[in-house]
Write a protein that binds this ligand. Sequence first.
Ligand code: BT5
Length: 275
Amino acid sequence: MNRELILKNVSPSWLGGYLEVHESLGSTNDRARELLDERGPSAHGAVVIASAQTRGRGRLGRTWLSAPGLSLALSVALWPLEGEPSPSLALAGSLAAARALRDEVGLSPRLKWPNDVLLGRRKVAGVLLEGRYAGEGAAGLVLGIGVNLNQEREDFPPELRDSAVSAKQASGRPVSLEAFAAALLRPLSGLLALGLADPAALVDAAASWWDHELDEELEVQTGEGAVRGRFAGVGREGELRLRCGAGGVAVRFGEVARVRTAGGARAAREDGGRP
Ligand code: BT5
């Protein structure tokens, strides 16, 4: 991957003023965390990009797989000025990936709570927000985004072939890694700034991108078992709000395990995300 080609397509901003581009790394989130260790607050806005990761990770110790030359892993080191960061900041990553897939590739991605980006029913990108703790509280954050760009079905392991998809599979044409990295950094800069200043504004910005329809029945696996209810939106802190009978619940962490489809609009989106 060519660093200059990426820089040619992004205007200078607080984000990416320091930019590292690697062919392969263990995890770009680990490298961004090292930058926070080494540089402290001045690492704010530093970006690390790799095409492949040997130890890419998802939430809860899960694995994120990348394919050398075919996918993009991008992490941003952040040093928020004050307070505990809101989990909704991760939305800056998924929304930026969705916008880049729309603007650079012409696709129609949707967001699956909390942070997945889908094309049709399959996952094209995932986001991992990690805090770095030192002493009393948070001392830096790392936002990592992984996007499947040019994989074919066989490039995914068999167990992911029905749940993962690449931009190329959905659009039918290859995507330049450098052009996509630039297309991702462009919206990310503003979305991160917005989320750091006002996390609830980020939730509002994502409102029209959810794959879940209002009142659609969802089942969510949480640490304490399954919760079922009708989608009532995403709250100010990024929590999933469900209507259950006369009451409601807010789910802060979990997997939307099953979405009941009622045909119609959802079925029309089964085409892999073409507009
Ligand atoms: C995520 O976790 O989706 C967060 C992924 C974040 C990856 C980025 S890449 C840059 C930075 N550096 C890192 O090391 N990580 C971040 P989660 O919601 O827990 O989903 C993980 C699950 O997604 C796995 O258990 C698989 O089922 C599935 N998965 C793994 N690789 C995939 C891929 N390439 N495409 C689609 N699904 C995948």
